[in-house]
Each structure stands twice: as C-alpha cells, then as structure tokens.
Design a protein around this ligand. Structure first.
Ligand SMILES: *Cc1c(COP(=O)(O)O)cnc(C)c1O
Length: 360
C-alpha cells in the first residue's frame, strides 16, 4: 500500500486513523455481528451512533441548546434551495457574491423570490472579500447569505459581514471544523462534509430553533423542510448511515487531537508554510489578496499555462495528487484540510522549490 498526499478540494483526504478504524470495524461493528452499512437505521446500535455523533459535534463546536443539528442529504446544492424555501417569508433575500458557490446559491434562491446581490468581488475574479462593514441590507430581507470560505478561489471571510440585524446564513462547506466557530452569530450555518469532515453524502445543518417553522413557502416538499428532519432527529427517512458513522469517528479524532482551537493552530501553521513559500518564490504566485487568504484552499499560478501543466504533471508523478486548479480558474490549488498533515505541506513546498530551481 502506498498512500499519496491528496490535495483534492473534495471529496478530500480523511485522517488515516479514521480510515483504519473503519477498516477494522468494516465486517463487524462492536458486537452487532454486522457492518454499519448493513444496520437498520432504527436499530439501537445506529441510534447510539447518530446520537453520539451529534453529542460530540455539539461539544466540539459548543453548539448552544437553542440550535438544532441536522444530518441531511442532497449535498450543498440542495441547501441552495432549502434555505430560501424555509426562510424566505417576505420572498426577499440579500446575497454576497464571492464566487461560484455563492453565485449558484443566489441563482437558486431567485427561483423563489427577489434576490439582492448587495456586494460582489466578481470584478477581480473573486480574488478578495468585499468590504462588508456597511452593506445596503434590504429592510425586508429574510436573511443575508454568504459563502464563508470560497473553495474555488481561496478566499475566506476573516470577519463576518454586518447584517444590520438580519439573520446570517453561511455556507461553511470547505471550512467546517477547521477552527472554532461562534454559532450564535448565525441563523443557519451549514456544510457538506466531503470537504473537511467526512465522506460525501452528508450535509450538516446547524439552525436556530425559531427558524424551523411550519410556514415555509407553499409547495415545499416534505423532504426539503427543516422541520421534517428536526422533528425526527434526522431519521425521518433512511439517512446515509455509514457516512454519519464516519463523521462521528472524525469528531472523535478531532477531540483527541485537541479540538478546534488546536486544529486552527495547525491549520494556520500549515497554510503559513505554503503562503511563505509563495511570497518568496519567483515562479509561483498566490492569486488572492493577502488579507483574505483561506487557510483551507490555496490557489496559485506560475503565470504560464504551459509551465502550470508541466508542474502539475511532475507533481502528480511524484505523489502530490489533485493539484490542478478548478476548471473555471486554471493554475493550481492545494487544499490543505484538517486531515492533511504538516509533512504533506512541507513535502509539497520542497518539491515546488526543486521544480523552480530546475525550471527557473
Ligand atoms: C463543494 C461545495 C458546494 C457544493 O457541494 P455539493 O455537495 O457538491 O452540492 C457548495 N459550497 C461550497 C463552499 C463547496 O465547497
């Protein structure tokens, strides 16, 4: 067996300890005589798994009692519709456009009501986060929406926007559990787990009690109502049992590693190694305004597409996988989530330095 350094933006690398535990428990979970994949979602064993996962997540993040945790399906893209269907009572919402995912979310919300794009960084290919200290928030907006860490462009809101009293809805797919998070600042905060938490197939939604209501938009399907899932503790229908189990193992792993403050410390240290190299390199350059740089997704270019291609080919051959930038941006992108060890980043930087010397 030879595991590579996988810099994929998602699905992405998982902690090796967690994968080993999955392997060890693959044929028999505890004394159940079966794999988690074969269990009824109504069984005592699975009930214990999902309850423990929620309890560990609540403890890790410090989720207050007036927020519910939902384990949903349909990926991030389904949240683009669920958010407006459940929250757009006035049929108005404000969106801050910082990349593809925010753009898609806004376009989907437009199926249901009026969308005001109150700030955008489209003018400079989403390479920065716009000033959100004094936004033209609409008086009748049901919520203000952001994509907090922009997976494709490598920007992050280091400061949350001033929503002038409106509920903030945030897509944290590519930064969930990478650092501490003050849940009380959000009405709804959600993330697909396949970036920084677990295997594709689960979306974690953390939502304040009072936003879980009956009076959703007319025609909202049962499965797309937050209330359906909140009332049934995420067991209204068959959930992705295995995926929730693996997320639970990752929560335990994060607790063992020292929790979210320790993850933040590690993530800052890892990103620093890469950004410091980029800042000193004559060949490779970061593409994002310095103060808005993400700790999770680091896009970079050489400025020469042919050279980019040669670099990606050489890196791939050397065991640094999935460094190709998003198809809409080009260049390279290194995603360095929780499960990417410091050694992986150091090895990548050493490889880049060597490549620069040989081809400079
Ligand atoms: C990947 C991603 C999505 C889309 O998730 P799917 O599960 O593929 O629908 C949405 N938002 C962000 C920030 C992402 O990184």
């Amino acid at each position: 067996m030879s595991r590579v350094y996988n810099f994929s933006a998602g699905p992405a690398c998982l902690p090796e300890e967690v994968l080993r535990q999955c392997a060890a428990e693959m044929l028999e979970y505890g004394t159940s005589g079966m794999s988690v994949m074969e269990m009824s979602h109504r069984s005592k064993d699975f009930e214990a798994i999902i309850n423990q996962a929620e309890a560990d997540l609540r403890e890790l993040v410090g989720i207050p009692d007036n927020y519910r945790v939902l384990f949903l399906q349909g990926g991030g893209n389904t949240q683009f519709a669920m958010v407006p269907m459940n929250l757009m009572r006035n049929r108005v919402a404000d969106y801050i456009i910082t990349g593809q995912w925010a753009k898609k979310a806004a376009a989907e919300a437009e199926l249901f009501g009026k969308v005001n794009r109150i700030a955008s960084s489209a003018d400079k290919t989403f390479s920065y986060i716009p000033d959100c200290s004094d936004l033209p928030v609409s008086p009748d907006a049901d919520y203000v929406y952001i994509c907090q860490n922009n997976t494709i462009y490598g920007t992050v809101f280091h400061t949350l926007p001033d929503t002038k009293g409106k509920d903030l809805v945030s897509d944290v797919s590519s930064m969930l559990l990478s650092e501490p998070m003050d849940v009380t600042k959000y009405g709804v905060v959600w993330g697909g787990v396949q970036k920084n938490v677990g295997p594709a197939g689960v979306t974690i939604v953390i939502i304040r009690d009072d936003l879980i209501r009956e009076d959703v938009l007319p025609g909202t399907p049962t499965m797309l109502r937050y209330k359906t899932h909140a009332d049934n503790k995420s067991l209204y229908n068959t959930p992705p049992c295995w995926n929730i189990y693996v997320c639970g193992l990752v929560f335990k792993w994060l607790k063992e590693m020292g929790g979210l403050e320790e993850m933040q410390r590690r993530n800052i240290a890892k990103a620093q190694v890469l950004y410091d190299f980029l800042d000193g390199s004559h060949m490779f350059h970061g593409t994002v305004r310095k103060e808005d740089r993400s700790l999770m997704n680091v896009p970079f270019v050489t400025g020469d597409e042919e050279l980019d291609k040669r670099f990606i080919a050489a890196a791939t051959a050397a065991g640094f996988k999935n460094l190709k930038g998003h198809r809409t941006v080009g260049g390279m992108r290194a995603s360095i989530y929780n499960a990417m060890p410091m050694e992986g980043v150091q090895a990548l930087v050493a490889f880049m330095a060597e490549f620069e010397k040989a081809n400079g």
